[in-house]
Design a protein around this ligand. Structure first.
Ligand code: 5AD
Length: 343
């Protein structure tokens, strides 16, 4: 029927209009959509799952995003900053465990000077790993310096492409500046990752369809999408969160539209659903980002609740468990740095 035809066009042409996207996002039984995404994933990026070792090096943040537990005004969480030496040690552990990419993530913490960050990037690059940064909005010049120091990739989610919703959720920030950052990063030669939060209050399927069209338009190399999970002590603490099925549909559609991108099964997906990583891997994902930071800090990096159980090293997110999970899905572990292989 109509739906089958839509999915087939997407699978062969990797293109569809907004109405088609909305129709597919509204599917009650998306299993054919998921299967198509899984075939396209296998055909374009293969069975390898790339591991990106995540180090959350500071939870200080000067922003006030309504959904996020690390927002500056949240005085109920204990703040920490890792020492450069600690960050390097974690990266070394990652290298010794066979990881080929380190992701350095933090709140927007003005304390770290760009020169300090550049030195950290340079040290990690000496270990023959790719470096991804996820440290928010910076000036063009700062992005350029970090690139020169050796940073390869940058993650900056647009969160939502609906300007009105964006402004509502990000007081003091601007949608235009966020897009400016993404364009700068692209022009400077970074591999660029973006993505959205799914299930934000007021977000519609039409908005999500437009998010997907935006990702394709800017030719994102990487795409991270997860459910919004309401977090205590934030303005959205009493809202309803995003649902896993919508996230999976977004991932499947993203894979069909952009067959060769790198797309993680996100931590939030894994938190919201015990089987989140597995479901993500079956709906187009080819990346997982195990947390290789220090346990005492992991529990303080509370973007949303449930992120870290009492004993972090025993969670589904530990490196060993993730490797087992990947193999159990008849997938393999990526051996190289896992850059986007543009087709
Ligand atoms: N639920 C899910 N994801 C969240 N993020 C921030 N707060 C939440 C939340 N409450 C995501 C944002 C940000 C990324 C680092 O974490 O999308 O870009």
């Amino acid at each position: 029927k109509d739906i089958d035809a839509l999915i087939e066009t997407l699978e062969t042409q990797h293109d569809i209009n907004k109405e088609g996207l909305v129709t597919l996002l509204a599917l009650e039984n998306p299993s054919k959509l998921y299967q198509a995404a899984d075939r396209v994933r296998k055909k374009y990026v293969g069975d390898e799952v790339h591991l990106r070792g995540l180090i959350e090096f500071s939870n200080y943040c000067s922003n006030t995003c309504f959904y996020c537990g690390l927002r500056g005004p949240n005085r109920t969480i204990k703040r920490y900053r890792m020492e450069p030496e600690e960050i390097i040690q974690c990266a070394k552990y990652g290298a010794s465990a066979g990881l080929k990419t380190i992701v350095l993530q933090s709140g927007e913490d003005k304390y770290f000077k760009i020169t300090t960050l550049c030195k950290i990037v340079e040290e990690i690059k000496k270990m023959d790993m790719a470096v991804t940064l996820s440290i928010g909005e910076l000036s063009t010049k700062d992005y350029a310096e970090l690139k020169k120091a050796g940073a390869d990739r940058y993650l900056l989610r647009i969160e939502t492409t609906n300007k009105e919703l964006y402004q509502k959720l990000h007081p003091g920030m601007s949608y235009e500046n966020r897009v400016r950052c993404l364009i700068d990063l692209r022009e400077l030669g970074y591999e660029v990752g973006t993505g959205s939060l799914i299930g934000l209050p007021g977000q519609t399927l039409e908005m999500l369809a437009k998010d997907l069209m935006f990702f394709k338009k800017i030719d994102a190399d990487m795409l991270g999408m997860g459910p919004f999970i309401p977090c205590e002590n934030t303005p959205l603490e009493n809202e309803k969160g995003g649902d896993v099925e919508t996230v999976l549909k977004m991932m499947a559609l993203a894979r069909l539209l952009m067959p060769d991108i790198n797309m993680p099964a996100t931590t939030a997906l894994g938190v919201k659903d015990k089987l989140g990583y597995i479901k993500g891997l079956q709906c187009g994902a080819n990346v997982i980002m195990p947390n290789i930071g220090i346990d005492e800090y992991k529990k303080l990096y509370k973007l949303y609740p449930g992120k870290v159980p009492d004993n972090p090293s025993e969670t589904v997110n530990s490196l060993e468990n993730i490797k087992k999970l990947i193999l159990s899905q008849n997938r393999t572990i990526g051996k190289d740095k896992g850059y986007r292989k543009k087709y």
